[in-house]
Design a protein around this ligand. Sequence first.
Ligand SMILES: NC(=O)C1=CN([C@@H]2O[C@H](COP(=O)(O)OP(=O)(O)OC[C@H]3O[C@@H](n4cnc5c(N)ncnc54)[C@H](OP(=O)(O)O)[C@@H]3O)[C@@H](O)[C@H]2O)C=CC1
Ligand SMILES: CC1=C(/C=C/C(C)=C/C=C/C(C)=C/C=O)C(C)(C)CCC1
Length: 282
Amino acid sequence: MAAIFRPIPWAFRGSLCLPLSARRFSKTADENRSLAGKVAVITGSTRGIGFAIARRLAQDGAHVVISSRKQENVDEAVTILKEEGLSVTGTMCHVGKAEDRQHLVTTALKHSGGIDFLVCVAGVNPLVGSTLGASEQIWDKILDVNVKSPALLLSKVLPYMENRRGGSVVLVSSGVAYVPVPKLGVYNTSKTALLGLCKSLAVELAPKGIRVNCLVPGIIKTDFSLREKTMPNMLPDMNKIFGVKRLGEPEECAGLVSFLCSSDASYITGENIMVAGFSSKL
Ligand SMILES: NC(=O)C1=CN([C@@H]2O[C@H](COP(=O)(O)OP(=O)(O)OC[C@H]3O[C@@H](n4cnc5c(N)ncnc54)[C@H](OP(=O)(O)O)[C@@H]3O)[C@@H](O)[C@H]2O)C=CC1
Ligand SMILES: CC1=C(/C=C/C(C)=C/C=C/C(C)=C/C=O)C(C)(C)CCC1
């Protein structure tokens, strides 16, 4: 008789009485911040979108390892974020160089003992011009930095994510992957390749509990998008484009990355997600 009247588990409030799924996702007060106790390695994170992501992941409780090509930029970014009371360290890493990638991983482990998140932001565009006029050197540089380096860096990080029994990887593509911008053919192509890399890695790493997703920004106000050397001097009149009629801010990319790293995204992998004020996907 008593068994018949056993209360249904989800009718109770205390965590001991929560159904299994609710208990798995419930948090105690002291670990309230969504990324508390986690370690994030972020490439290209001394300014622009990468810096905003570094700040946000640290604000959400992660220890963040900042990196970029120039040590002075790393030192400046680390100082700013430390002054805000955030937990960050940093080191120089040109993502196109094997020894720098190894050094980044070694430094992260030395300071933090493990790696939970890898966010690959570093990207370059040394050519504004014809795709077929691009030299082999230009092709190599763009593909090395934008496409190959995230995979090669992740291969070094992988054993440590496996040690933690899981992890989250976020790649950074671009809206130009869907809507090719004239004179940016090689760059457009590299960013389209990242969409495929995201999907392939997601399938390959799912059995290890590692999720792989991709941020796809529209036009975001940074040095990169406003510099004529890296982007054609032809920013569209955003008032004529449907959707949110303005350029994006780096901080508007950072929230998505924090979400993708958090356990709230535990069932999301292989997604390419636009942050562009409009959608160019079907
Ligand atoms: N801004 C935009 O509108 C958009 C940008 N993107 C993508 O977002 C990413 C970031 O762009 P954004 O923030 O605008 O760029 P920024 O130029 O503002 O910042 C680039 C960052 O990457 C670092 N960096 C550049 N090259 C390398 C490298 N080879 N290895 C390691 N670090 C490097 C720079 O520091 P340092 O000079 O010290 O190396 C800097 O910290 C790029 O992948 C870009 O393609 C995508 C869509 C739109
Ligand atoms: C002029 C023009 C365009 C230009 C877009 C530009 C200039 C995009 C820059 C993108 C950046 C900065 C990407 C970074 O990865 C569109 C929208 C294609 C179509 C309408 C006409």
